[in-house]
Ligand binder design. Structure first.
Ligand code: UTP
Length: 297
């Protein structure tokens, strides 16, 4: 078995109910932060981490995602004719080599663990990354790159982790950790969406994982857990129990929960302000809002 991580699974088969009615006809992952869909940020992060095979677990109503990564010959020709080189360069970001990207269907939304398991034949006997595109992480070095490097050193399963306030912990998979020194957090347990008073720590799992192929074997026989879904958390907890080889990874970077409306809005503001072409105009508008709200107090 190689220790090199070249395959990433993007589970995008969820219903996205928190963004209805938009998600009735638009996949959540196509919604844009400034001018790039969430999925583009996830793909850029994966490429930076050395991923060369991209596996999308999709569902009915997600065909816009397939079109997004396909060629657009008429559009490209029109841009060339109009000598719009900057826009052509932007389009090139969406280029995926033939064969680099695979789409498989999850027939029913049976949970994240089940979505990951749908990719088992494509993953084979190799370690693989899992990226949830609605967790967007901004930082100098991509979160997945940091985790791939940590995996190369330890060979253990990696779960991106960050501290969250007690009031929010029940929305997450939560790690029990043996020690919390440094970036690597050796895990002694993991539970899905515990009540705040039962949470084993305040380290929540965020949507980036590097998993060993045994996780797929565990998912082969997984039963529904919390919320009636097949939980990835339960399969990871089984690795801790049976092999003691799971680490939380405290990444460097700022994470935005773009699966929630407030998180999406925060990310829009942060990414808008980070853009050179927008910073002045958008920043001035935000300052004027701030000044107006102070004046009203
Ligand atoms: P979420 O819990 O955010 O669910 O899934 P969701 O359906 O996307 O959104 P809401 O809560 O209804 O608004 C976390 C990730 O797991 C994927 C989702 O696409 C998302 O990337 N997922 C979840 C699947 O691929 N299949 C599932 O059965 C469940």
């Amino acid at each position: 078995m190689t220790n090199k991580v070249t395959k990433a699974i993007f589970p995008v088969a969820g219903l996205g109910t928190r963004f209805l009615p938009a998600t009735k006809s638009i996949p959540k992952e196509i919604m844009t932060l400034v001018d790039r869909p969430l999925i583009q940020y996830a793909i850029d992060e994966a490429r930076e981490a050395g991923i060369t095979e991209f596996i999308f677990v999709t569902a009915r109503g997600k065909s816009a995602l397939e079109d997004y990564f396909d060629r657009a010959p008429e559009l490209e020709a029109a841009l060339r004719l109009a000598k719009k080189q900057a826009q052509l360069d932007e389009l090139r970001r969406t280029d995926m080599d033939s064969g680099a990207i695979a789409y498989i269907r999850q027939r029913d939304p049976k949970g994240l663990g089940h979505a990951v398991w749908c990719a088992r034949r494509l993953v084979g006997d190799e370690p693989f990354a899992v990226i949830l595109p609605d967790d967007v992480i901004a930082g100098q070095t991509g979160c997945l790159r940091q985790m791939v490097d940590a995996y190369a050193e330890t060979g253990g399963n990696m779960v991106a982790a960050m501290k969250v306030p007690p009031a929010q912990i029940s929305s997450y998979g939560v790690l029990a950790v043996k020690s919390d020194m440094g970036a690597l957090l050796p895990a002694s347990g993991m539970v899905e969406k515990p009540r705040a008073e039962d949470a084993p720590s305040d380290f929540a799992a965020i949507g980036r994982y590097i998993l060993r192929p045994e996780v797929m074997r565990t998912l082969d026989t997984a039963q529904a857990g919390s919320g009636g879904e097949i939980q990835l958390t339960d399969a990871i907890a089984a690795q801790i129990r049976d092999h003691d080889n799971v680490f939380g990874y405290r990444f460097k970077g700022q994470r935005f929960d773009c699966g929630s409306k407030a998180g999406f809005l925060q990310a829009t503001v942060a990414f808008g302000l980070a853009r050179e072409d927008l910073r002045d105009e958008f920043g001035a508008y935000l300052s004027s809002l701030n000044a107006a709200s102070h004046a009203a107090e």
